[in-house]
Write a protein that binds this ligand. Structure first.
Ligand code: ADP
Length: 256
């Protein structure tokens, strides 16, 4: 039987809950993510994509329903437990890289390990290993603002991978990259997914980027509106379908 690594059941997110500014950003989200899936989340701006990804990955606390990561209900964990759980299971990649400019790339990449009190020797070994794999070994002494966008994103990937996470969560990871660096990042993610069996959930607005995934989840007005499995489709066929789906959606908006 296929293992479900991530699941949301009737998940609802209300911002400013119980105030006059309450806003229900997600309505009744039900999704199961199987181990080894690569999911692309698309949808119009303001649809709830970031809210979705934050609430299924312990970054934010959903208002109702439940979220289970590897069978564990997030809501039942204390904040200490969540911190440990995150370190053991999750890796995060963001559009703006979220690197600390006051720290070197080495220190940035090492951060999750330092926070988990891993010893210095092991930290050094693991950072050097992952930096070699991501081809930034010679840049480890530099600060993020001394590096290019592509180099910074590689460092951010190193930081996301340093704990060997089973699940990677990415929010517009190619948003600040040119097309060559975007393609390279997608190749890295695809390799992690195919060869290491890492499960990936990624928000993007770009059909070409989504065509690397195995399933598209389309969010609109706070609900999952459609899903599209890649199945046997080639990447090009899947890309065409995604473009069609997006233009149908755009047409509907225009006709309103
Ligand atoms: P997307 O990522 O699809 O662009 P978001 O998840 O960022 O959409 O936002 C979904 C909706 O929730 C939007 O209407 C947005 O204005 C609202 N929203 C997002 N964050 C907050 C917040 N912290 N407080 C109140 N409303 C928010």
């Amino acid at each position: 039987m296929e293992e479900i690594v991530l699941e949301a059941r009737h998940m609802k997110k209300i911002y400013n809950y119980r105030t006059e500014n309450a806003f229900e950003a997600l309505h009744d989200i039900n999704i199961q993510v199987r181990k080894g899936e690569f999911i692309g989340i698309m949808g119009p701006s303001g649809a709830g994509k970031s809210t979705f990804i934050n609430n299924i990955s312990t970054i934010d606390q959903y208002t109702e329903g439940s979220v289970l990561i590897k069978g564990k209900e997030i809501r039942t964990m204390s904040s200490n437990e969540i911190g440990r759980f995150r370190f053991q299971n999750l890796g995060f990649i963001f559009q703006d890289f979220n690197l600390l400019n006051t720290h070197t790339l080495f220190e940035n990449i090492a951060l999750p390990l330092s926070l988990a009190n891993v010893n210095k020797k092991e930290i050094e070994q693991r950072v050097n290993e992952i930096a070699l794999r991501m081809k930034i070994s010679s840049l480890l002494h530099k600060k993020p603002n001394e590096c290019s966008g592509g180099q910074r994103q590689r460092a951010a990937i190193c930081r996301a991978l340093i704990n060997n996470p089973e699940i990677i969560v990415a929010d517009e990871p190619t948003g600040n990259l040119d097309s060559a660096n975007s393609t390279e990042l997608m190749n890295i993610l695809q390799q992690l997914n195919k060869e290491n069996g890492v499960t990936i959930v990624m928000v993007t607005h770009d059909p070409l980027i989504t065509s690397y995934t195995s399933r598209l989840v389309f969010i609109k007005d706070g609900s999952i509106e459609r899903e599209l499995e890649r199945g046997d489709m080639t990447q090009e066929e899947f890309f065409q379908k995604i473009v069609e789906l997006n233009s149908e959606e755009s047409r509907e908006v225009l006709q309103k």
